[in-house]
Design a protein around this ligand. Structure first.
Ligand code: HEC
Ligand code: HEC
Length: 465
């Protein structure tokens, strides 16, 4: 009898709501996220894998991976033509600005200082997990300049409630906008993006979003209404081309810019990987995991062992929450401090492209209600989903830990030391006392979480010259 049929024979099929909070509308009460299993007090004699009834029930909260959660703030989230356009835009480098760091063999950079049109989203998101396999030495990403964190894998990223390590975005579609304009990532401007869309993707754009403004045609008598480049000025700077535009035209440009993000988000929602060995095991295939991996699963679940499920819960292996683990700020190009969620929140709350803002298709999700910057957020990072983790190192927000063995050793030692005075390490992070065998088995278990590759067609450059 398989683990799976044991569980279903009890008539109790656990739902998928184990804390992953697919709708993400309500922050989860910490007291309800502790789904770790009480100490294993005797195994179910009928289970060939030696899993207790409680372990089997907990295991079923982790699989299978459901459909990508709906996004009511993006009207084209599941529109196939939008996704096709989004893929073209994802691979397009033409609108990116000047490189500030010279590319070398040692840093994996993209060209000479001052060169433009060298960076696309795919420059840092490509391959099996659509993460950064290019920047060197492999921890933080190098676009037009060095960033401060490691590129996140895009496979299954649409399952997150908050986007980025620090939750800087409340939707996937708002991320490409800030990334395009970020001086250290693509160093472009929204007007450059708008003109790029008109020049290269007018047909595809209009089929999804409707007619583009005729004045975007360079031959139009009023083409000057939309300068070639421009974005909102930095605080305190003199007015630039953007500030000199008519407010109504700014809104037209912002709408196109938001649609740029929405099309890319539609593409990213297709980057889903299922059917990992662990999923097959939960579905009843006992041969899908080795005895060591089953033992590692128990370490992952049990509250007197790893208790990893406390935070890595639900079928995406994350609780939609942020926690301070005290991961040290070490490694090449890593800044001395990173306050995580605390640092990322002000830009989210001030963004005109947030989900309760003018460019959202649904301002009533309640997601941002009562969200403010508070000291407790210092040093907190988003719990990372663990599907595909074995093939997407190095680990943690700036790639501080090279291997999964290093990650388990880090947790076993009770995490790291917090840096900032206001930072409070999560009380759930404590010395675990795992044996060498348990640690090795836990690493082995995480290797069962890599599913099928995304269709190769989604990893192809479909951009236009
Ligand atoms: C220079 C490298 C680089 C480029 C270019 C780049 N990214 Fe990223 N991406 C990153 C890094 C680094 C992070 C994590 C940033 C953070 O958390 O602060 C990230 C995070 C993300 C995430 C968040 C995933 C999650 O788990 O929440 C998405 C989505 C994403 N990028 C999509 C894009 C898109 C779309 C583009 C193009 C418009 C793009 N990226 C361009 C490096 C890059
Ligand atoms: C208190 C909540 C919490 C607990 C308990 C916890 N994690 Fe994490 N995990 C996180 C957070 C938050 C991050 C991201 C931290 C960062 O980057 O600074 C993370 C990151 C990771 C990563 C890195 C993933 C990547 O792609 O970089 C791995 C692997 C991991 N955890 C495995 C585990 C294992 C195994 C256990 C049990 C021994 C565990 N975690 C327990 C919250 C937790």
């Amino acid at each position: 009898m398989s683990a799976c049929s044991d569980s279903s024979s009890s008539g109790d099929t656990p739902g998928l709501d184990s804390g992953a909070s697919a709708d993400g509308a309500t922050p989860i009460d910490a007291s309800t996220t502790d789904t770790s299993v009480a100490a294993d007090t005797g195994t179910d004699a009928a289970d060939p894998n030696g899993l207790s009834a409680a372990q089997i029930a907990a295991m079923h909260t982790l699989s299978p991976l459901p459909a990508v959660p709906a996004d009511s703030t993006n009207a084209v989230a599941d529109n196939a033509a939008a996704a096709t356009l989004g893929q073209m835009l994802f691979f397009d480098k033409s609108y990116s600005g000047a490189l500030a760091v010279a590319g070398t063999l040692a840093n994996g950079g993209l060209g000479a200082v001052g060169e433009t049109g060298k960076v696309s989203c795919a420059s840092c998101h490509l391959g099996a997990e659509l993460d950064d396999r290019r920047s060197k030495p492999g921890n933080v990403s190098l676009g037009t300049d060095f960033g401060t964190r490691r590129a996140l894998a895009l496979v299954n990223a649409s399952f997150y409630t908050w986007t980025n390590w620090g939750g800087r975005f409340d939707s996937q579609w708002s991320l490409p906008l800030a990334v395009a304009e970020n001086a250290k990532i693509m160093s472009s401007t929204r007007l450059a993006v708008v003109h790029m869309i008109y020049a290269k993707y007018k047909t595809e754009y209009e089929a999804v979003f409707g007619a583009l403004d005729a004045r975007l045609d360079p031959a139009n008598a009023n083409a000057a209404a939309f300068p070639a480049v421009g974005k909102p000025k930095a605080a305190g700077a003199a007015d630039g081309p953007w500030e000199l535009m008519a407010v109504a035209d700014q809104t037209i440009a912002n709408t196109i810019f938001a649609n740029f993000g929405k099309a890319i988000a539609a593409y990213m929602r297709k980057l889903v990987s299922r059917d990992a060995p662990f999923d097959r095991f939960v579905a009843g295939d006992d041969s899908a995991m080795t005895p060591a991996q089953v033992n590692g699963l128990k370490v992952f679940l049990d509250s007197d062992k790893g208790a990893c499920i406390t935070c890595h819960s639900g079928p995406h292996f994350e609780d939609a929450q942020f926690h301070a683990l005290g991961v040290p700020q070490t490694g090449p190009n890593v800044p001395a401090a990173d306050l995580g969620r605390f640092a990322d929140l002000p830009a989210l709350l001030a963004s005109p492209f947030r989900t309760n803002g003018a460019f959202s298709a649904d301002v009533n999700t309640g997601k941002l209600t009562a969200l403010t910057q508070i000291d407790a957020q210092k040093g907190q990072f988003r719990t990372k989903g663990l599907r595909g983790v074995a093939v997407a190192g190095p680990y943690m927000h700036s790639g501080q830990l090279a291997t999964l063995d290093d990650v388990v050793a880090f947790y076993n030692a009770g995490g790291g030391d917090t840096v900032d005075a206001g930072e409070v390490k999560d009380p759930k992070i404590k010395v675990l006392g795992l044996t060498a065998q348990q640690s090795a088995d836990l690493v082995d278990f995480m290797k069962t979480l890599t599913g099928a590759d995304v269709p190769a067609a989604l990893n192809l450059d479909t951009s236009k010259p």
